[in-house]
Design a binder for this molecule. Structure first.
Ligand code: ZN
Ligand code: ZN
Ligand code: ZN
Length: 138
């Protein structure tokens, strides 16, 4: 685990520091996306500024990506095939209305959308809401 953490940081050009290891560990151990509150709780020896800077560095490097939420806060999830400063995330996100988890659905891409005229799309995001696998009852 420790070696894995160190490898991820190093291969993305980040020096290995305790806060970075701690926060990366939280992401590796989590099934869904994490919000600021969950990260602060999981890394309770770190101050907000350190957490904020670490998250920014991870987003810039392509280690984690941001996910918009309904209340305009932001969540973060581990990237799978990104890194070295590039993101290739084009998957949809699922918010469970029962348990509140946000999950990356890596296998499903955001569909192609064509807009009229001179609109230029820089980024596409798609959020689906409903019940997740663990909450869905037949
Ligand atoms: Zn990414
Ligand atoms: Zn659920
Ligand atoms: Zn995602």
């Amino acid at each position: 685990m420790l070696q894995h953490l160190t490898n991820i940081l190093k291969s993305n050009g980040l020096s290995v520091t305790e806060p970075r290891k701690k926060i990366l560990e939280l992401f590796l151990g989590s099934n869904g996306a994490l919000d600021h509150a969950a990260i602060e709780k999981g890394a309770d020896n770190l101050d907000r500024v350190t957490i904020y800077r670490t998250l920014q560095a991870f987003v810039e490097r392509g280690i984690i990506h941001t996910i918009p939420t309904v209340d305009n806060s932001v969540k973060y999830a581990l990237c799978k095939e990104c890194g070295q400063g590039h993101h290739h995330d084009n998957h949809v996100h699922f918010i469970c209305e029962k348990c509140g988890t946000t999950t990356c659905i890596e296998d499903v891409s955001v569909p192609q959308i064509s807009l009229p005229g001179n609109y230029h799309i820089r980024e596409k995001e798609m959020i689906l809401k409903g019940e997740c696998e663990s909450c869905y009852e037949i």
